[in-house]
Every structure is written in C-alpha cells, then in structure tokens.
Design a protein around this ligand. Structure first.
Ligand SMILES: [Zn+2]
Ligand SMILES: [Zn+2]
Length: 433
C-alpha cells in the first residue's frame, strides 16, 4: 500500500472509531454561539487568507532573509490595530492583541521561512524566487497565524487577556526561536502558554496531537581514542557496540515510513511500532589524525531517558573493553531540543477543540515520528508550557499530499480554514475560562 492510501485509511478509521464512541459533540450550551460567530468570521476572511498564502508562496524567502515576508506580516498586523514589534531576533515580528477585558496571556507562534529547492513547483502560483520554495508549508503557518489574529481581533470586546502572535524566522536552520529568545523576547512578554502547528500529511479538516514528544530525540555520539597502529579494530569494536543498542529489526516495517499512517502499526494506534525505539539512523563518521581516532554517529530514540542511559552504558562497555586504556572520551557532541508538549495542556486543548468541532477531528497520537526531524518551537517550550499541533493538509482524492520537504509537497488550502477556526476557538476558550 502506498503512503497516500495509508494516511487516508488512518483518517477514515479514526473518524469511524471516534464518531462511533462520541458522536459529533457540538457544544449545545450558550458557549457554542461565540464559536459560531468566530466560524462566520473565518468564512468571511477565508478567500483573503488564501490570497495572502499564495502571495507568500510566490515570494518565498530563505532562513534569515525573510525581509519581504516580515514586512507583509507587519502591515497586516498594523491593519488590525495591533501593537507590533519588528526585527526581533532577525526578521521576527510580534503582534500584540489586547482584549478589552483583563486576563491571562497566551502566545501563538508561526514560522515564516522557506527552503532551497530547484524542483519545479506543482501549483499554478509558482515561486518567483529562483531555487527557493515553500515546501514545508510555512506560508500556510504564517497565514493561519494572521487569520487567527484577524478573527480574535474581531472579538476584542469579548476577549479576556492578551494574545501574542510570534512570527518566527529561520526555523529550517533551527536558529530563529533561539535568536528571538536571545533578543529578549521573554523579557518583555510573559505568556503562560504557547502554541504552534505544522502542516502534515493527515487529511485536511483534521488535527493530530501527542502529549509529550511528537518527534523523536536525536543526539550525536562521539567516541574518542588515542591514535594507535590498530585503529581498525577500535572502529569495528565501537561500531558493533553502538549497533547492538538498536532495538528495531534492520529490515522490519519500522523503516517503511508509509507505515506511520497505518491504522495498526502507525502513530495513531495504541499498538504502534513507533514507540520505545532506539536506532542508529546515519552512517558512522570516522576521523583519524596523528594523535586521535574519532568515531561518531547520530542516535535516535522515542525517549530521552533511553538516550541518557545509552551514553552511560556505552561508556561502561568501552571502559571495560580491551581498548579502555586508549579511550579519551564518550560524549554527545550535539543535542537538539525536542518538541515536548505539556501533558495537561494537551488534554485540555484537545478537549476544547473536540467539544466544539467534534471528537473525530482530533487524532490522538501514540507514537513518535522517527528520524532527525523536529521544530525549534522546542526552545520556546523550554521556557513556556505549550502544545505543538499537526494540521492535516492533504486531499488524497486530488493527489494533494502535504508531506513536508517532499518534492511534490502541496496543500489543500481548506486546512487554513480548519487551523484558523480550531485555534481561534481554542485560544478564546483558554483565555476566557
Ligand atoms: Zn521544514
Ligand atoms: Zn516546517
């Protein structure tokens, strides 16, 4: 079965499962009326949002070069009457929406940069920046952020508290979030919660979320020996030891990422194969100098504790080996922050959206996506508890598959409506209750 059908089947299975259990739980209290008003507003602005998204798509900008994009964002936020801060950690922009009533503070983050790609675009509104394309969907993220800003601004008189809209540059190189924080972002704003989304291959109309980490953890382990005239045996021994920690069959179904969307094996199944794994996703790199032998590789796990205990076990095995006298160090040379969703907020926000838009629309994930992928939203979450949602963006009937970074990446723009509706309602509920 190809990935396309797997994801489609997953969506249908989940829909049937949850419809059967819960039904479409439209909120019947007076609360639903405010969300009806929000939905009407989304309908009114939807066409203009699609135009904005296409404009970003036609003029994509690489990490660190988001000058035009940030100008457009600034102009839009100013047109809504927001206080706007620009040039935060590069081309970062922050729009501040103050509700008419006193209350708490929440932040919404959207990333705005595009990627290098020479592969021709699959849509009519093609990129006019040579070699650059929005194939990670950040044009959609930026647009959803602006859409939520617009919709919540229209309810300013009913809004308790403050919403900060953070438009972050340089996500693709994992630098923008840190740069905004280093530039003092959280010195002048103190949100109690922070949220973000990423478009994914789930079908448009759905969101998916996992408590804790939706993506795996990746570190790089580095083993250093004194150089000897028998480097080869040290290299073989170290590779063998590190390889022995991998707990996934080399030719098993784990490696076929089409299975991520499989209803039994995939992320949305409690029986998923994408949990409790430890893998060596890359080849070993060996460097030999006059004095030193360096052996390094990436290690990938669904669980940070496994990575911590791996390093301790590896060090122990090497210090107890025949090569112990020549061992200099066993360290992680690079650790990347991993998106880590706050458990309580994941539960609360999933329930809010399920209550208003239907339980079938929120796909709970039990597994974590393997491989060296992530989002530097993680650095915001190091400071502020928050949740990172996956926004379905595919339309399988039309062959539109929103698989980020894939050459044929495309988006069903209906997901902009879903994103703006669900998360405008969610922020409103989190602030007002
Ligand atoms: Zn990306
Ligand atoms: Zn991305």
């Amino acid at each position: 079965m190809n990935p396309k059908n797997r994801w489609k089947q997953l969506a249908l299975t989940t829909q049937i499962l949850f419809c059967g259990l819960v039904g479409f739980a439209q909120n019947s209290s007076g609360e639903s009326s405010i969300h009806k008003v929000l939905q009407q507003r989304v309908d009114e602005v939807f066409d203009s949002l699609v135009k904005i998204r296409r404009d970003f798509h036609v003029y994509p900008e690489l990490s660190g070069q988001e000058k035009r994009t940030s100008k457009k964002i600034e102009a839009y936020l100013l047109s809504l009457g927001f206080e706007v801060k620009t040039n935060v950690g590069g081309y970062g922009v922050v729009g501040i929406l103050k509700g008419d009533k006193q209350g708490r503070q929440i932040a919404w983050r959207a990333d705005i940069d595009a990627m290098p790609s020479d592969i021709p675009d699959v849509v009519d509104f093609k990129s006019k920046t040579e070699g650059v394309r929005h194939i990670c969907g950040h044009d959609v993220h930026t647009t959803v952020g602006l859409g939520i800003a617009n919709v919540l601004a229209s309810q300013k008189e009913n809004l308790k508290g403050t919403v900060y809209f953070i438009f972050q540059p340089s996500e693709e190189n994992y630098q923008g979030a840190k740069a905004m924080i280093d530039d003092g972002l959280f010195d002048w704003m103190k949100p109690e919660e922070i949220y973000a989304l990423h478009v994914t291959a789930f079908p448009a109309g759905f969101i998916a979320v996992r408590s804790q980490n939706p993506f795996s953890h990746t570190n790089h382990v580095k083993v250093s020996f004194k150089a000897s005239n028998d480097n080869a045996s040290r290299i073989n021994f170290t590779k063998k030891i590190i390889g022995s920690f991998q707990n996934v069959e080399p030719d098993g179904p784990f490696w076929n990422l089409a299975n991520l969307g499989d209803p039994q094996l995939g992320l949305s199944s409690p029986e998923t194969i994408y949990k409790n794994y430890f893998t060596i996703p890359t080849d070993f790199v060996v460097k030999e100098t006059e004095n030193e032998l360096l052996i390094s590789t990436a290690v990938n796990s669904s669980n940070q504790k496994q990575l911590d205990s791996f390093l301790i076990s590896l060090r122990k095995k090497l210090t107890e080996s025949a090569y112990a006298d020549d061992l200099i160090s066993v360290t992680y040379s690079y650790e990347k922050a991993t998106v880590m969703n706050d458990e309580l907020l994941t539960q609360k926000t999933s329930k809010i959206i399920a209550d208003i838009y239907g339980a079938s629309k929120v796909i709970p994930l039990y597994g974590t996506v393997p491989g060296d992928i992530g989002d530097d939203f993680a650095y915001f979450q190091n400071t502020i508890p928050g949740v990172y949602f996956l926004l379905g963006g595919s339309d399988f009937e039309r062959g539109v598959i929103a698989d980020p970074h894939s050459p044929n990446f495309a988006v069903d723009e209906g997901c902009i409506k879903t994103g703006v509706q669900f998360f405008s309602s969610m922020i409103m509920e989190r602030l007002n209750h």
